[in-house]
Design a protein around this ligand. Structure first.
Ligand SMILES: CC(C)(COP(=O)(O)OP(=O)(O)OC[C@H]1O[C@@H](n2cnc3c(N)ncnc32)[C@H](O)[C@@H]1OP(=O)(O)O)[C@@H](O)C(=O)NCCC(=O)NCCS
Length: 148
């Protein structure tokens, strides 16, 4: 098990956040943020955390408390070099722990993102619905949710 820690991102971290998002840009299965203004809004409106391994930022992960009963799990990106080492799994557990009092936790992902789908299904999420052209880029997304 890698030794992973999490650090909350601030407005000072916009460039670092974009750098991580860029590693996933161009993938059909992920809609990354490359615009500074958009990145600023993302950090201001979500709980964005950097994932750190041996002092190095290896990815980022987000969640958003929508209400007293509901939380949304947003972006999750692991830099390619650090993928398939169980780091995303730890980031999912970190966020699920943060929102453990919520009745409903949900996220969206591309139907071809089998890695992500498999990971969340293993934590009791179910595929709730499919939405066409979810982000306006012509690509569909699945809504995955876990209810208490
Ligand atoms: C998706 C992503 C976050 C996964 O990160 P990761 O650190 O490589 O994931 P992990 O190593 O924790 O887990 C990968 C799991 O998928 C499995 N897996 C690997 N390739 C797979 C594939 N092609 N299909 C299905 N499962 C696969 C692994 O066996 C592992 O499962 P296990 O924990 O049960 O052994 C990473 O690939 C990424 O950043 N992708 C680009 C951005 C993205 O799509 N983000 C998700 C948005 S919702």
């Amino acid at each position: 098990m890698p030794d992973i820690t999490f650090r909350k991102a601030t407005i000072e971290d916009i460039d670092t956040f974009i750098e991580i998002e860029k590693t996933a840009v161009g993938l059909k299965v992920y809609s990354g943020i490359t615009d500074k203004e958009e990145a600023k809004e993302e950090i201001e409106n979500n709980e964005v955390y950097f994932i750190i391994k041996d002092g190095e930022i290896v990815g980022s992960t987000e969640y958003q408390v929508k209400s007293q009963e509901e939380a949304y799990l947003g972006g999750l990106v692991i830099k390619p070099k650090f993928q398939d080492k169980g780091i995303a799994r730890q980031a999912i557990e970190f966020r699920l722990n943060k929102v453990k009092d919520k009745k409903r936790v949900w996220l969206v992902t591309h139907p071809d993102n089998s890695k992500v789908i498999k990971l969340y299904l293993s934590y009791g999420f179910v595929i709730e619905s499919r939405k066409e052209n979810y982000y306006g880029d012509g690509e569909p997304r699945l809504v995955l949710a876990r209810q208490k």
